[in-house]
Design a protein around this ligand. Structure first.
Ligand code: SF4
Length: 322
């Protein structure tokens, strides 16, 4: 069982070490909090590591120390579970940077307050940059916002990692309130219509013209129920999804095995998702993770693959072990 609020980091010679990552909205940290980080890391023999999401992780921790670490930190974990809003990266903007065109700190902190840890179809990252230099890497975030002289430009569908994708420019020149409003529409549309897929994958499946048309229709006519749902499917022909919906070896009625690919399992047996999450395998929106065989993923997470296979097969067809 994973210690609460911790991630498994390494397994060396059968010994597991864990990391904790407290939430630091906007990447801001007060001096006394920073001093406490150092105190806690020293007390429990941890190592401090700056993360790409503007946080400070303490890694190299023992399972039995995790509760004490959180009690001493007196902070909240940055992430709730895998498929949620995981981070809002914020540049200094015109509050602190001479090049800033817009107040990215104000907008970023408000987005953090509204969305951080909110459940989504897949993981979601946001980025807010105060000018086109885009130091918060907004163009490779699921939702990215970039300040210009005219206001805020909004991008959707960006991601980095092993399947990088540049965001599509959705709309330009919005003021603060309209930027928040369109992001709310984007999030609602995505939650209502997407499968377990990042926004970029969702856009590639339904087409950007369809996505943009529906979102802007709702934005321009807020009183009308113009955002389409699953009951009102896209008019454009669907493009093949590159991972989860792709054809695999596993077919319905077949037993799940240690060498079954996770994407196949959740495509054929979506009812297994809670089981996978229950074993601590929350990366179900990640193309890399879902492209792995169950055994490899179980090894990475330190899970007994035989127990996992047995539990998964209990919730497949008819609720019986196949
Ligand atoms: S994106 Fe622009 S405003 Fe933000 S830190 Fe970079 S240069 Fe400054």
């Amino acid at each position: 069982m994973l210690p609460k609020g911790a991630n498994l980091q390494k397994i060396r010679n059968g010994n597991k070490t864990y990391a904790v990552t407290p939430h630091l909205p906007g990447g801001f940290v007060k001096p006394d909090v920073l001093e406490n980080y150092a105190y806690v890391a020293r007390k429990y023999g941890g190592t401090l590591k700056l993360t790409s999401a503007q946080r400070i992780m303490i890694t190299g921790l023992k399972a039995e120390d995790i509760d004490g670490v959180w009690a001493d930190l007196d902070m909240q974990p940055a992430m709730g579970f895998a498929n949620c809003v995981r981070s809002v990266k914020v540049c200094p903007g015109n509050a602190f940077c001479k090049r800033g065109k817009q107040d990215s700190v104000k907008l970023g902190l408000e987005l953090d307050r509204r969305y951080i840890k909110k459940e989504m179809p897949s993981r979601m990252k946001l980025g807010v940059s105060g000018c086109p230099n885009s130091c918060a890497e907004a163009i490779i975030k699921d939702i990215g916002v970039i300040g210009t002289d005219e206001g805020w430009d909004v991008y959707v569908g960006g991601s980095a990692g092993s399947h990088p994708r540049l965001g599509d420019k959705l709309i330009t020149g919005l003021d603060y309130d309209d930027t928040l409003r369109i992001i709310d529409i984007i999030v609602g549309y995505y939650k209502k219509n997407a499968d377990i897929e990042r926004i970029g994958q969702f856009i590639d499946r339904i087409g950007f013209a369809k996505f943009r048309g529906d979102v802007l229709a709702a934005f321009n006519n807020p009183s009308a129920a113009t955002v389409q749902t699953r009951q009102n499917p896209p008019a454009e022909p669907e493009r093949p999804v590159t991972w989860a919906a792709a054809e695999g070896k596993l077919v319905s009625g077949e037993a799940i095995a240690a060498d079954s690919v996770i994407a196949d399992i959740i495509r054929v047996y979506p009812q297994t998702i809670p089981v996978l999450r229950g074993f601590g395998m929350g990366c179900l929106g990640c193309p890399s993770a879902t492209g792995e065989a169950l055994k490899k993923a179980a090894d990475i997470h330190g899970i007994n693959v035989d127990e996992l296979v047995e539990s998964l097969n209990k919730v497949t067809v008819g609720g019986e072990v196949q």
